[in-house]
Design a protein around this ligand. Structure first.
Ligand code: TXA
Ligand code: MG
Length: 333
């Protein structure tokens, strides 16, 4: 397939929108990660997204809108809590799982009776949605199982030749996917942690929110049953073997240094990934994690040794990705 490469100019975004409108697939930047978009109401187009990514078809898409008023087209009921979160965090890295409108195709929602909705803040993404004249269903624009793409070059690497177009825009400012929160129960429940943390949700809603218990389990555990279908898959995996070191920072540093020296002496190519704790460090970790993993692959790293962050705030969200990337190979030191 011929893949057109677009710039993020308005003329180019209009040409990309023409492709979406006529049932094609276009990858585009958002503030979280790049998305692979199709008209959310065109079942044939959405089917092609699963094929292009090699994605299991029970895994629902997030539907992207350009204005909060468009939420009414996707759900029969807008609750007070939904309004509060939309006001606090849209446009931005928030996906709300809500009751679905009946005319959304089953293939878009993975056959569920709910739909995930997000209003991105990225101006290129919003212009594309507006000019397409429809809501855009978009998973992350990576091959299924690979780290999510945070740069246009990552998308080109994974999907060139498999989709109709790529908007070669800026690097994503946050670097991990949106926080997904289920708004269909009595108490909202976080299904995927992101830049918007539990504390931020609680402040906006003036009440406690839940976290899917599976976010604190490993896939081997008996009660690992994530409520977001996508959270059960092996994800974000680099080609290298990867190990996460958990423990006091000095001990982790020493253990990683010793292991790296041992492996290098045995002739293996090693990459060390370590971030700084604290709010700023956690945001930088979110921003850099996926691109570091891809860079390690490009550089031919055989083993990645990563230092864990404390699992709180955005650190919890980063660790969710880091542990999956490592296939839950954890070394407690
Ligand atoms: O930041 C993001 O959310 C990016 C950008 C492109 O917007 N998109 C993204 O999509 O990460 P994807 O498909 O890679 O991840 C969507 C996650 C999956 O874990 C999926 O199972 C979950 O959201 N999800 C979507 N709709 C859902 C629903 N109705 N109920 C439960 N989980 C849902
Ligand atoms: Mg994804």
């Amino acid at each position: 397939m011929n893949t057109s490469l677009f710039n993020d100019t308005i003329e180019d975004i209009r040409a990309a929108a023409d492709i979406i409108r006529s049932g094609g697939l276009v990858a585009f930047p958002t503030e979280t990660v790049y998305g692979l978009g199709a008209n959310a109401f065109d079942a044939e187009a959405v089917k092609k997204v699963y094929e292009a990514k090699g994605r299991p078809s029970d895994n629902p898409m997030i539907v992207h809108i350009a204005e909060a008023t468009e939420l009414a087209k996707l759900t029969p009921e807008i609750t007070e809590d939904m309004k509060l979160l939309a006001e606090a965090f849209w446009p931005g890295p928030l996906t709300m799982v809500v009751k679905r409108a009946e005319d959304i195709p089953d293939v878009t929602t993975g056959g569920l009776d709910t739909v995930g909705v997000r209003l991105p803040s990225d101006e290129t993404a919003r212009a594309l949605i507006r000019l397409s004249g429809c809501a855009i269903a978009a998973p992350s624009a990576n091959l299924s199982g690979r780290p999510s793409p945070t740069k246009a070059a990552h998308v080109k690497h994974d999907l060139f030749g498999r989709i109709d177009g790529i908007i070669m825009g800026k690097d994503c400012s946050f670097g991990i996917e949106s926080s997904v929160i289920d708004m269909t129960g009595d108490i909202p429940m976080i299904l995927r942690p992101g830049i918007i943390t539990k504390e931020m949700f609680e402040e906006a809603l003036c009440k406690e929110v839940l976290t899917d218990p599976s976010l604190n389990r490993n896939p081997g555990d008996e009660d690992f049953k994530p409520k977001a279908p996508g959270m059960k898959y092996k994800h974000y995996a680099p080609k290298a073997e990867m190990y996460v070191y958990r423990g006091r920072p000095e001990k982790v540093k020493a253990a990683i240094e010793a292991e790296a020296a041992r492996l290098e002496a045995a002739g293996r190519t090693v990459r060390v990934i370590s971030f700084t704790a604290g709010k700023e460090g956690e945001l930088k970790a979110a921003h850099d994690l996926f691109s570091e993993l891809r860079r390690a692959d490009e550089d031919g790293a055989e083993v990645i040794l990563a230092a864990a962050l404390p699992e709180q705030g955005v650190g919890f969200s980063v660790m969710n990705r880091m542990l999956k990337s490592a296939g839950y190979n954890i070394r407690n030191v």
